[in-house]
Ligand binder design. Structure first.
Ligand SMILES: [Mg+2]
Length: 344
């Protein structure tokens, strides 16, 4: 039954399945929106696309409008690896690492190579996964946080933070690189599994973060993002002071600020997250994933879903992950889980 205006419908709670679909489709569309402006300043973006900046899917670097980058490729690899882990009963780090290695092999193909991050390529070339205890490097690039949103679909709160951090630490050894990832996974998990409102989910993830060593940098970035959003609710936002998003805590902060400032509008949040000086495809991908979970896949404009590359695969991967999560007795959380209610 459809009631209300389209915007009211978007603000209604979504189903667990549509949140998972929103997570992956939101990543792909956010990534594809940001890709054409990744290396442009805001001044250059406005010069090219007009005073409002970029407003839709545009071609980039010889690719058609809707082409995705490494952010979507690696997020799909994370989701597929998590599904493999549930299906085969193996640990998530090994299963996801195997998917990342398979992704690394595809990067020899010029058609598949979409400006991959150097840290990820070097880590995978070494063929030995890193961890927080045994870091591979001192990188806090956003390549960890940009790919872990599906961890919050696979794991309930209490597990998601640690798992998100561990999957980022496979390639990124600096605490801010993996703690920003743990934070994002935790927020997604609280929204998807508990139906916690976004602001409260962020506050609860913040509590979780306080229990980790070397958390100050991510904590400061999150607090500045929340402050920015709360003073600009529903208004055009400037995120320039949060940084450019090349490093993990800045990319997380930009996504949090844009999502919190536009909690009922996927388009406003994501366009805000790509129209800035910095790493627009990653900040678009993270914001798109987060808002896709908050509002469900139905909040992502259908014309963009149709045009974005790998959308069918994103939907299939989300559905496979959801089916396995619901099947797994270990993952069938407490009574009254919203995903269980949907199955009745
Ligand atoms: Mg990218």
């Amino acid at each position: 039954m459809l009631v209300g205006t389209p915007r009211e419908r978007c603000a209604m709670p979504s189903t667990f399945r549509n949140m998972a679909r929103g997570c992956l489709i939101g990543t792909a569309v956010g990534d594809a929106l940001g890709a054409p402006v990744e290396f442009l300043s805001l001044v250059q973006i406005r010069a090219r696309f007009g005073p409002e900046g970029l407003r839709g899917l545009e071609p980039w670097d010889g690719h058609r409008a809707g082409a995705i980058t490494d952010d979507t490729q690696m997020t799909l690899a994370t989701a597929a690896g998590l599904a493999d882990a549930l299906a085969e009963g193996v640990d998530p780090e090994s299963a996801v690492w195997a998917r990342y290695l398979a992704w690394y092999q595809t990067q020899r193909d010029p058609a598949e190579r979409r400006a991959p991050g150097r840290t990820c390529l070097d880590a995978l070339a070494g063929r030995v996964p890193g961890s927080a205890e045994d870091p591979l490097n001192d990188s806090k690039g956003c390549g960890g946080v940009m790919r872990v949103a599906p961890v919050g679909i696979a794991f309930e709160p209490g597990w998601a933070f640690e798992r998100g951090a561990a999957l980022a630490a496979l390639t990124h050894g600096h605490p801010s690189g993996y703690l920003a990832a743990g934070f994002l996974a935790d927020v997604v998990s609280r929204v998807a599994h508990r139906r916690t409102a976004l602001y409260r989910a962020i506050m609860e993830a913040r509590e979780e973060l306080l229990g980790w060593e070397y958390a100050e940098e991510v904590l400061d970035a999150v607090d500045e993002a929340v402050e920015t959003a709360m003073t600009n609710l529903g208004e055009p936002l400037t995120v320039q002071h949060l940084g450019e998003g090349w490093v993990a805590e800045e990319a997380l902060a930009i996504a949090i600020a844009c999502a919190l400032a536009h909690p009922e509008d996927w388009v406003d949040a994501v366009l805000e997250a790509v129209n800035h000086d910095g790493d627009s495809d990653s900040t678009g991908a993270i914001t798109g994933a987060l808002m896709g979970v908050v509002l469900g896949v139905e909040a992502v404009p259908y014309a963009w879903v149709q045009r974005v590359e790998r959308s069918a695969e994103a939907l299939q991967t989300a559905d496979r992950l959801v089916a396995l999560v619901l099947e797994d007795p270990e993952a069938r959380w407490a009574e009254g889980h919203p995903a269980e209610e949907e199955q009745l």
